[in-house]
Structure formats: structure tokens, C-alpha cells
Design a protein around this ligand. Structure first.
Ligand code: SF4
Ligand code: SF4
Length: 222
């Protein structure tokens, strides 16, 4: 899922200055699960903005709404009435959600209330870790299901950098060396032969560096 973090209230106040009626718009999918932008966080942020506004003597109204998904036009329509009443939207969706709202309501200022971080998973209560950078050409099958692009601090594709100590990463000693994990996993599954061949550099043409990516599924267009 997409993992994001909330911006601070002073950052949001700075962003929203000059607006009289703000809609704090949550998203009920990924950012709800990572406790950044769901209904609960909409309530928390809206209350904090009201208090901050009162303390600064500002006269603004804060409305609240959460829709199921901000990155899907079907659900965006459910927010149309509330967005129509507001003079600015503070979106608590991921970067895709914020842009989808801005594209649909072209005359409405739309602000990002979150910092979108990565594709990841819940590791333990309250802790999410990055698992995928959406590089566009997945090579997990070559590495026992452990991604060297995201989980190795130096993105090493052909074995460890040589700096790891006691199975810890040289750059992030709080994390295991990804190559230690790759080796253990390939060993456990009888696939160590996979690291005997030299891997070519990844084709970053399929990554974010190549500009906005589009996927068209013809079977969904019928
Ligand atoms: S190889 Fe690319 S697509 Fe596959 S998990 Fe790693 S970053 Fe994600
Ligand atoms: S110690 Fe391991 S995980 Fe860290 S940068 Fe080197 S190879 Fe990558």
C-alpha cells in the first residue's frame, strides 16, 4: 500500500492562509490504513486547525469529509457538493489523490496535507517499511522475493557492497543487510544459482525517471 505521513499543523496553517472555508478531505484506502489521512485523521487535523485558527484570531471554517478513494473519479464525485462549498481543499490523500482532486475541480485550490513516502507494509504496530519503489520492471524473481532496489541502501544488484557488519547494513545499521536476506532466502529455497550470473544494470526507462507512466488494460476498455 501507499504509505504517507501527515504534514505539521504549522505547515498546514502556512499553506492555507487567506482561505475562509476549508474542506479537510480524507481518503478511505491506503492512507487510512497507515493512519495518515483517514476519517480519524481528518477529525484530528480539522480540530487542530480550528484551535490554531482561534489562537491566531483567524476567522475560518473547517469542514470534514472522507471518501473511499481520492484517486478514482467515481468516488471523487461524492465530494463535489462539499468541495463546491469550500474555497480550498486540504487533501489527506496520497500525491495521486491530491492531483486527481485538483484535476477534477480546476478552479479550486487543492493542497497536499500529507507527504507521500513509499509503497510499503506494516512491519509491526505503528511501523511501516518501504518494500517497493515502483521501478516499473520488477526483478524480485531474481532475488528470492527481496527487493535490492528498495531494501539495499546502495541499490546493489550484484551482491553486497562489502561494508556490512554482523549482517547489518553499513548505511543503516538499524536494518539488516538486504544481501544477507537475499542470500539466506535463495539458500533456503535452493536457488543460490541465481546469484551466480551477473545482472545487467536496471532499465530505469521504466521508472519514475521516464516521466509519468500510464498502464492501459484493453480488457477493461470493453
Ligand atoms: S524490483 Fe522494482 S517493482 Fe519490484 S519490488 Fe523492487 S522496486 Fe518494486
Ligand atoms: S550493507 Fe548490505 S544493504 Fe547495506 S548498502 Fe551494503 S549491500 Fe546494501
Amino acid at each position: 500500500m501507499i504509505v504517507a505521513e501527515r504534514k505539521t499543523i504549522p505547515e498546514l496553517m502556512d499553506m492555507l492562509q487567506g482561505h475562509k472555508r476549508i474542506l479537510v478531505l480524507g481518503c478511505g484506502t491506503c492512507v487510512t490504513v497507515c493512519l495518515a489521512g483517514g476519517e480519524r485523521e481528518v477529525g484530528i487535523i480539522a480540530s487542530a486547525l480550528r484551535i490554531a485558527g482561534r489562537l491566531k484570531g483567524l476567522d475560518f471554517k473547517v469542514d470534514e469529509l472522507t471518501i473511499e478513494r481520492q484517486c478514482d473519479n467515481i468516488f471523487i464525485e461524492k465530494a463535489a457538493e462539499a468541495i463546491g462549498k469550500a474555497d480550498a481543499v486540504l487533501s489527506l490523500g496520497c500525491g495521486a489523490g491530491v492531483q486527481a482532486i485538483a484535476e477534477r475541480f480546476i478552479n479550486k485550490p487543492v493542497y497536499a496535507g500529507l507527504n507521500t513516502k513509499f509503497l510499503g507494509m506494516l512491519e509491526e504496530r505503528g511501523m511501516w517499511t518501504e518494500k517497493c519503489a515502483a521501478c516499473g520492471t520488477c526483478v524480485l524473481h531474481e532475488y528470492g522475493g527481496i527487493c535490492p532496489v528498495t531494501r539495499c541502501a546502495k541499490h546493489m544488484l550484484n551482491g553486497p557492497c562489502g561494508g556490512s557488519r554482523e549482517d547489518r547494513c553499513e548505511v543503516r545499521p538499524d536494518r539488516p543487510c538486504a544481501w544477507q536476506l537475499i542470500y539466506q532466502r535463495l539458500n533456503a529455497t535452493g536457488q543460490l544459482n541465481k546469484i551466480k550470473s551477473i545482472k545487467l544494470p536496471k532499465d530505469w526507462n521504466t521508472s519514475l525517471n521516464g516521466g509519468p507512466r500510464v498502464i492501459i488494460r484493453e480488457d477493461h476498455r470493453i
